[in-house]
Write a protein that binds this ligand. Structure first.
Ligand code: FEO
Ligand code: CA
Ligand code: CA
Ligand code: CA
Length: 535
C-alpha cells in the first residue's frame, strides 16, 4: 500500500474530512489487469456547487434535455424528470440503438407555471400531462464519438398522461380493461426479448389513493395528490402502480397485472434456463416490501406466481389465493389480491423494509443487491444495500439468506442509496437520493449534493465507495446504464432546481448556466478515466 492510498483509505473513514483531502487522494483501480492497475483514480470531493462535477479524467456530453423536440415537426417533446434509462443496441451495430427514458415526475413551476398556491387550472394540468411517462428515442454514436438523438426516426414516441394502455389478460380493473396514462415511472428493467419494463412508483401524487375499509368498501383519498390532476378528471387510482412493458420498436405497452400494484421502484429480470423469467421488484415506501415474480411461460411475463419476502424466515411467501387461506378470507379473486397487494403482503407476514429501491444481480456471484434508501420515521437516515442470496443459487428457490452488504453513513461515504448498475468488470456504480430539501442539512452535510459512486467488488479496495460525480443543486443522478461497449455511462440528471419557488429565483441554472432555467437532462459520461477503468 503506497502513502497516497493509505491516505485515501484513512479519509474514507472520516466522511466530513473528504472535502479537504480528496484532491490529493489517489486509488489504484481494481480491474484485474496490469494497465488498469497502474491507473490512479482520483475521486471528486463532495460539493454544494450548482454543477455536474466529475472526478479527474471523466468527461460528459449532454444528450437531451427536458422540452427538446424528439421528432421533426416538434409535435413530440422530451419529458421532465428523466429517470431510468435502457439502451437496446441494434443486433448488427452497437453504435445504434433504441434508448428508453422514464419521466418519473415533473416540476410544476417549470412546466405549467403553477406557483404552488391554491388550485391548479385545467389548462395547467393539461400542460403537465405530456411531461410524464417515458420517451422512446432512436440514438446513434457519431464518428466523433458523440451520441445523438435521430429526430427523423419514426420509432421516436412518447408515453404520457394521455396514453391508453391495456391491462394484461384483458383484465378489468375498476371497471375498465384500459388505463389512461402512465406516470411515476421511476426505475425499470429489460426483458430478454428486448422490451422495457417501466415501473409506476409514486402514482398517488396524481389522482390520489384508493382505500378499502374492513368491509371492502372503496373510497378515494385525494389528500396525497400533490399534482392535483384529480381536480379536472377523476381516474381510478387502481389503474396506476403497475409494471408496464413497452415494445421499443412499436411503442405498444401493457400493464402487468400479475406483478401486483404498489409503488414499484424497479423490475429486475433474471432469465431461467428454460426461458421463463424471475422478476424482482420492490415497493419504495416506508415499511413496504420486496417481491419476486416467477413466470410460468417462456418468453412472457403475462402469468406466473407472485411472492413476497419474509427476511426473518429467509422465505419467499406466496401471494396466490390457491396457496393462502388467509387471502381467500379477505379477497374475492386473484385480481383483487394484485390490486390490493400491500394489504395482501401484510396478511401473509411480509417483512417491512426501509424503502426498497433499485435491485441488481451481481454478475459474478449471482447475489441479488437491493438498495434500502432510508426510513426516517425509524431513525434510519442513511440507508443500506442488502445482499440476498437464493438457496443453492436457484432463482426459483423459496428460501434465501440476506445480510447488509454496505451501510450508508459518514463512515462509508454515501447516504440514501437509490440506483445501481454493474459495469463490464463486475464493479458496482451507485447513485444516491438525499431529498432536495435535506441536501446540505443535518445529518447530510458531509455528503454535499447527490453523487455518483464507484464501488470495487473485488481486490484490496472491495467495498470502498469512491465518488465519481457530484450533481447540480437539488438534483439526483438516476438511471445509470452502460453503453453497449461498456465504456460510457448513460445517466439521468433529475430535477435540478426543483426547490425553486419562482422563476425569478431558480435554485439551479444547470445545464445552460447563467440565468437559464434548470432542465432535467440525460448525459453520457466517458473520458480517459472511464476507458482506463474498463480496460
Ligand atoms: Fe423514484 Fe423510489 O425512487
Ligand atoms: Ca427518484
Ligand atoms: Ca429511485
Ligand atoms: Ca429515491
Amino acid at each position: 500500500m503506497d502513502i497516497s492510498r493509505r491516505r485515501f483509505l484513512s479519509f474514507m473513514g472520516r466522511g466530513a474530512a473528504l472535502a479537504t483531502l480528496a484532491p490529493s487522494a489517489v486509488l489504484a483501480a481494481c480491474s484485474g489487469n496490469a494497465e488498469a492497475a497502474a491507473f490512479q483514480l482520483k475521486p471528486v470531493s463532495p460539493s454544494l456547487e450548482d454543477d455536474l462535477q466529475l472526478a479527474e479524467g471523466f468527461t460528459y456530453q449532454n444528450l437531451i434535455s427536458r422540452g427538446m423536440p424528439i421528432n421533426e415537426d416538434g409535435s413530440l417533446t422530451f419529458g421532465d424528470n428523466n429517470d431510468y434509462l435502457a439502451l437496446i443496441p441494434d443486433a448488427d451495430d452497437p453504435n445504434k440503438g433504441m434508448l428508453w427514458v422514464n419521466h418519473e415526475a415533473l416540476t410544476p413551476l417549470l412546466i405549467s407555471g403553477f406557483d404552488y398556491q391554491g388550485e391548479k387550472t385545467k389548462a395547467q394540468i393539461e400542460a403537465e400531462m405530456p411531461y410524464v411517462g417515458g420517451s422512446i428515442l432512436r440514438v446513434e454514436k457519431n464518428s466523433d464519438g458523440q451520441w445523438t438523438v435521430i429526430k427523423g426516426d419514426p420509432r421516436n414516441k412518447r408515453l404520457d398522461g394521455w396514453s391508453e394502455i391495456p391491462f394484461t389478460g384483458n383484465t378489468s380493473i375498476a371497471g375498465s380493461t384500459t388505463a389512461i396514462g402512465t406516470f411515476g415511472n421511476c426505475a425499470g428493467g429489460v426483458t430478454p426479448w428486448g422490451n422495457i419494463l417501466t415501473c409506476e412508483e409514486n402514482t398517488r401524487d396524481y389522482y390520489g389513493d384508493v382505500i378499502f375499509d374492513d368491509s371492502g368498501n372503496r373510497s378515494i383519498d385525494h389528500e396525497p395528490a400533490f399534482y392535483q390532476w384529480f381536480r379536472h378528471t377523476q381516474r381510478p387510482p387502481e389503474h396506476y402502480g403497475w409494471v408496464v412493458e413497452v415494445n421499443l420498436q412499436t411503442g405498444e405497452a401493457e400493464k402487468h397485472v400479475s406483478m401486483g400494484r404498489f409503488a414499484h421502484e424497479c423490475a429486475t429480470v433474471k432469465e431461467l434456463d428454460d426461458k421463463r423469467c424471475v422478476v424482482y421488484t420492490g415497493d419504495d415506501d416506508e415499511d413496504e416490501h420486496l417481491y419476486k415474480f416467477i413466470g410460468d411461460t417462456p418468453g412472457s411475463l403475462h402469468t406466473g406466481k407472485l411472492y413476497v419476502a419474509n427476511l426473518e424466515k429467509g422465505a419467499w411467501v406466496s401471494l396466490m389465493l390457491e396457496d393462502q387461506p388467509v387471502l381467500r378470507e379477505h379477497f374475492k379473486d386473484q385480481v383483487e389480491v394484485m390490486v390490493r397487494c400491500r394489504e395482501a403482503a401484510k396478511l401473509v407476514g411480509a417483512t417491512p423494509l426501509d424503502r426498497p429501491e433499485d435491485i441488481e444481480i451481481d454478475p459474478v456471484t449471482g447475489a441479488v443487491l437491493v438498495t434500502l434508501t432510508n426510513n426516517k420515521p425509524k431513525g434510519n437516515y442513511h440507508g443500506s444495500i442488502l445482499r440476498l442470496v437464493e438457496e443453492d443459487g436457484n432463482y426459483e428457490s423459496m428460501a434465501f439468506s440476506a445480510e447488509t452488504f454496505l451501510a450508508g453513513g459518514e463512515e462509508s461515504g454515501f447516504s440514501c442509496p437509490d440506483n445501481m448498475a454493474f459495469d463490464s468488470k463486475g464493479n458496482l456504480w451507485l447513485t444516491c437520493d438525499i431529498s432536495g430539501g435535506s441536501i446540505g442539512e443535518a445529518p447530510y452535510q458531509s455528503f454535499g449534493n447527490n453523487g455518483l459512486y464507484y464501488i470495487p467488488m473485488s481486490g484490496p479496495d472491495a467495498g470502498k465507495v469512491i465518488q465519481i460525480a457530484s450533481a447540480p443543486n437539488n438534483a439526483e443522478f438516476t438511471g445509470p446504464y452502460f453503453s453497449p461497449d461498456g465504456k460510457e455511462l448513460f445517466l439521468s440528471v433529475q430535477h435540478p432546481g426543483e426547490k425553486s419557488k419562482s422563476k425569478d429565483e431558480f435554485t439551479s441554472h444547470w445545464p445552460e448556466g447563467g440565468s437559464a432555467e434548470p432542465k432535467s437532462s440525460v448525459v453520457v459520461i466517458g473520458g480517459p478515466a472511464m476507458e482506463a477503468l474498463m480496460a
